[in-house]
Design a protein around this ligand. Structure first.
Ligand SMILES: *[C@@H]1O[C@H](CO)[C@@H](O)[C@H](O)[C@H]1NC(C)=O
Ligand SMILES: *[C@@H]1O[C@H](CO)[C@@H](O)[C@H](O)[C@H]1NC(C)=O
Length: 356
């Protein structure tokens, strides 16, 4: 891994993401060869033990992190901070989530960091749960606890997804590093858990009809996870309404412990389902390697939108450049009886606006 140096950096909270991404890459490049837990950089001893004990499900852990990151990039597309990674697909969030040293320690306790932790731990729980239900591991399978009596007009059937197991795996693996008595650890644990709770809260019955020509004489149902896009939308709302906290220090028998308290008492207190943060975000207008901001120069903006993806806001008032771009498209399509469609190729000209 050429990124080795990067991975070996102390990422505090997010090593689980980096570690399992490294794993993902390794896994895909090695194909069917076994994963070597010892060669995944940045795992703490507890994660290493976990990897060795649960080697069969490690590919879905890696898959889950990737899923979370892709969803993050979807939710934040077109915004100043767009969940970009430093090296194309290899999702390294860069200093946005890295404290490294306490002197930088800024971006790591922001809303953005809260969202990434929540969506990545949700992704891990989701992917592990899904792959268990698909029977890819001997360690897990369908959920047999939640059955109970059949409902009116339906009976249990199919494979209920065992989200409790996925959540457990995510908790064990993702939270393995978050055991320090500091505020950052407390924040990461809280947001990781909020992401996982989202999975559990959205479990629902999914049913299938059987019978002559879909008459639904017999209906079988099973517990299923909500689709990940819906969970992403939900967590994005949680990002928008995240609670700002302040850090409090207490003296306990084990020493000084930092905890978080809501900053503005007149706002509702965050529940376990809410995201929390305690440091403000930069505006992401200018590049700044310390805060992990790429700046918005050369970003494509929407000239007719007054929203955050509009040129005014995205370009931070610096203005934008406009160029034209020609794209080939299919046009004048004709349907021929029977049955094919023939098209011509036309060149269309588009205006593309990018930030100055
Ligand atoms: C996200 O932002 C980066 C850095 O400004 C930019 O290079 C990239 O094209 C953006 N991605 C999308 C999908 O807009
Ligand atoms: C740009 O913004 C306008 C107004 O919000 C919207 O209707 C249009 O679909 C957007 N264009 C693109 C390419 O996203």
């Amino acid at each position: 891994l050429s990124e080795g140096g990067f991975f070996q950096h102390d990422f505090n909270g997010l090593t689980f993401v980096l570690g399992s991404l490294a794993l993902g890459q390794q896994y895909s490049s090695l194909g069917s060869q076994p994963i070597l837990c010892g060669s995944i950089p940045g795992l703490v001893p507890k994660q290493l033990r976990f990897c060795r004990n649960y080697i069969e499900i490690m590919p879905s852990v890696a898959e889950g992190v990737k899923l979370g990151i892709q969803e993050c990039q979807h939710q934040f597309r077109g915004r100043r901070w767009n969940c970009t990674t430093i090296k194309d697909n290899l999702a390294i969030f860069g200093p946005v989530l890295d404290k490294g040293t306490h002197s930088i320690g800024f971006m790591s306790s922001t809303r953005e960091s809260a969202f990434v932790h929540a969506i990545a731990s949700a992704g891990v729980a989701f992917a592990v749960t899904r792959s268990c239900a698909e029977g890819t591991s001997t360690m897990c399978g369908c959920d047999s606890h939640h059955k109970g009596p059949p409902g009116e007009g339906w009976k249990w059937g199919g494979c209920s997804e065992d989200a409790e197991f996925g959540v457990l795996v995510s908790r064990e693996f993702a939270d393995a590093r978050e055991n320090r008595p500091d505020a950052r650890s407390a924040m990461n644990r809280h947001n990781n858990e909020a992401g996982r709770t989202t999975i559990l809260d959205h479990m629902h019955l999914r049913c299938k009809c059987h019978g002559l020509s879909g008459s639904c004489e017999v209906k079988t149902c099973w517990w299923a996870q909500q689709d990940f896009r819906t969970l992403g939308n939900y967590l994005k709302d949680k990002y928008d309404s995240a609670s700002e906290m302040i850090v409090e220090k207490h003296r306990e028998s084990r020493g000084w412990v930092e905890t978080l308290r809501v900053k503005y008492n007149f706002f509702k207190h965050p529940t376990e389902r809410d995201l929390v943060y305690y440091e403000g975000s930069p505006n992401f207008c200018e590049p700044n390697s310390e805060t992990g901001s790429f700046g918005t120069r050369d970003r494509v903006c929407n000239v007719s939108s007054h929203g955050i993806e509009g040129c005014d806001l995205l370009c931070c008032g610096r203005g934008h450049n406009t160029r034209t771009e020609k794209r080939k498209e299919k046009c004048h399509c004709i349907f021929h009886w029977c049955c094919y469609v023939s098209c011509q190729e036309c060149v269309r000209v588009y205006d593309v606006h990018t930030c100055k």
